[in-house]
Design a protein around this ligand. Structure first.
Ligand code: ZN
Length: 65
């Protein structure tokens, strides 16, 4: 299952939120969620529309058209 990632507001790096998703309707996540950033170790809040889904390598899953 692909990971949900955001851009760390402190370092600008893409960091995983610790959540994973099967559906890609991230904008349906309207409540802010917080997580401890693995890069800068601060707590960030994110909303679905600010997050994105990590790209999955094609070799790990069958192509879907
Ligand atoms: Zn951070």
């Amino acid at each position: 299952m692909p990971r949900i990632i955001i851009d760390c507001p402190t370092t600008g790096e893409a960091v995983p939120t610790g959540h994973r998703t099967q559906d890609f309707a991230l904008c349906d996540v309207v409540e802010p969620r917080s997580f401890r950033c693995p890069v800068c170790h601060e707590v960030h809040r994110w909303l679905g529309c600010e997050a994105r889904v990590e790209e999955v390598r094609a070799s790990q899953s069958a192509p879907v058209h």
